[in-house]
Design a protein around this ligand. Structure first.
Ligand code: FAD
Ligand code: MLT
Ligand code: ZN
Length: 451
């Protein structure tokens, strides 16, 4: 390790290779505090050549590394749990000029989502993926996890925004395809392969990203329902009837109260409903009439919806949703499950999951919220008696219902033991063959995804 440390210091400069425990500790614990490890050093390269040199050096010394961006990942994939070194991409912050005609931009892996959002806004453009960790989550990490977030229902996941990547593979070679053309069928889609690979195949160093026009007007409504079933039906009806649906998010009364208390804000009256759905529409002309008519037609509603037609009040409603993860984290170390259910199974699942948690850990808090429009629920369990057994019980329910055990956060280390149950043997064999080809010595994130 001493020889490797010396070599890494030569590559990136001693100031970018911290080894003191105090300096490395923040890189070794994840956002949830559930996943805690330790690392002998962190390497912080400033460009792709330095990343390649680090990967080659690690390969030569047979030392494993964990690529890390903003460290906001929620499945224990971004931290060194078995003494790996950390390769932090945060200095890869170069942001190219916004191509307003082509509606695209090239962003370094370390650019935060928020920095990207600010950079493209003056051109009347925006980025299609948004999530509450925007201030810290990086483009590289979002590519690596194929992040989803709140606007997938309209614009798709990270993979859909990706026009090309630059990356250093596990064998130390560099792939680069950043022309960023909308149509480009010139061989294997390596960007798509790296997207969702959770740092197991290559270190993403830059990405060519599609941008979309900012809608002229946006309206947000928080609509109350008596049951999850009514909310599921409303979600389908809204997507069917209303043009420009940007987001359909589910919250339950407990979660909304917790978020309101966490933010220290007064909730709108509709928050008293057992179930609320936050809907955003973005269109060229006044969306209010369209939204109002659609909301009137929804069955099973409770109370008067809270409606926002200016950015500031829309932001206030969105903050209630965005604060859910933080409000839950303030209760303790949360076991986070991130699942997709077929739409017809959603309502029963919400009931079953509460029952299942209550039976195993009666004093624990179970918070369910999520991206209803995509059938994606986040199950958060925190408090006394919460164990891995609860995770397994929740995921059992998901598999029985024909759902997915990871909608958007990935497998990481948290759900690795589940992978072989949910993917066919042929799929796993193909995963392993790809891993061997691109990372022959298995030095990239050896404890993530594949057991
Ligand atoms: P990290 O946490 O640093 O890493 C995540 C994974 O990617 C790890 O396996 C790591 O090894 C790998 N990785 C990181 N950078 C690179 C790179 N450059 N090259 C190769 N591999 C890399 N996720 C959603 O999908 N939707 C949401 O709505 C959402 N909301 C969130 C809200 C909050 C409050 C928080 C804390 C998290 C949320 N997340 C959400 C999870 C998280 O923000 C995303 O997974 C995000 O994509 C992680 O980005 P990051 O830069 O923090 O990556
Ligand atoms: C969200 O949608 O809020 C996130 O994916 C984070 C979480 O699951 O808490
Ligand atoms: Zn989410």
């Amino acid at each position: 390790l001493d020889a490797l440390t010396t070599e890494l210091r030569r590559i990136v400069g001693a100031q970018h290779v911290p080894t003191d425990r105090d300096d490395t500790a923040p890189y070794a614990t994840d956002w949830t505090r559930r996943w805690r490890g330790a690392t002998p050093l962190v390497a912080r390269p400033g460009d792709v050549d330095e990343v390649a040199a680090i990967v080659r050096a690690c390969r030569a010394h047979r030392v494993a590394l964990v690529p890390q961006g903003g460290n906001t990942g929620l499945v224990g994939g971004s931290v060194p749990l078995a003494g790996e070194i950390v390769l932090s991409t945060r200095r890869l912050e170069r942001l190219g000029d916004v191509d307003a005609l082509g509606m695209r931009v090239v962003a370094g892996a370390g650019v935060t989502l928020e920095a990207l959002q600010h950079a493209v806004a003056p051109a009347g453009l925006r980025f299609g993926v948004d999530l509450a960790a925007r201030g810290t989550a990086t483009i590289g990490g979002m590519v690596a996890t194929n992040a989803g977030g709140t606007h997938v229902v309209r614009h798709g996941t990270m993979r859909v925004q990706l026009l090309g990547v630059e990356a250093v593979l596990g064998d130390g070679s560099v792939i680069r395809h950043l022309r960023g053309l909308r149509k480009d069928n010139t061989g294997y889609d390596l960007a798509s392969l790296l997207c969702g690979s959770e740092g197991t195949l290559g270190v993403v160093t830059a990405a060519a990203l599609r941008l979309i026009p900012t809608p002229r007007t946006v309206a947000v409504a928080l609509i109350g329902f008596a049951t999850v079933d009514a909310a599921v039906r409303a979600s389908a009806q809204l997507q069917h009837d209303v043009p420009g649906i940007e987001a359909v998010e589910l919250m339950l009364r407990d979660g909304l109260r917790l978020a309101g208390a966490h933010l220290d804000v007064t909730l709108p009256a509709v928050a008293e409903a057992p179930v609320t759905v936050l809907v955003e529409i973005g269109v060229a002309e006044s969306p209010v009439d369209v939204l109002a008519a659609a909301v009137q037609g929804l069955e099973g509603r409770v109370g008067e919806p809270a409606v926002a037609i200016d950015a500031r009040s829309a932001g206030r409603l969105w903050r209630l949703r965005d604060a859910h993860p933080e409000a839950a984290a303030a209760l303790g170390v949360v076991h986070k499950l991130d699942v997709t259910l077929p739409a017809p199974a959603l309502a029963a699942f919400v009931d079953q999951v509460h029952q299942s948690v209550r039976a195993r850990a009666p004093e624990a808090t179970c918070l369910v919220y999520g991206h209803l429009g995509d059938g994606n629920l986040h199950v958060n369990v925190v408090g006394p008696g919460v164990t891995d057994e609860i995770d397994d019980a929740v995921l059992d329910l998901v598999v029985e219902a024909g759902g997915s055990i990871s909608a958007e956060h990935g497998i990481g280390t948290a759900k690795r033991r589940w992978l072989e149950q949910v993917r066919a043997p042929g799929d796993i064999a193909a995963f392993r063959a790809i891993k061997r080809a691109l990372d022959p010595d298995g030095i990239l994130n050896p404890n993530v995804l594949l057991a």
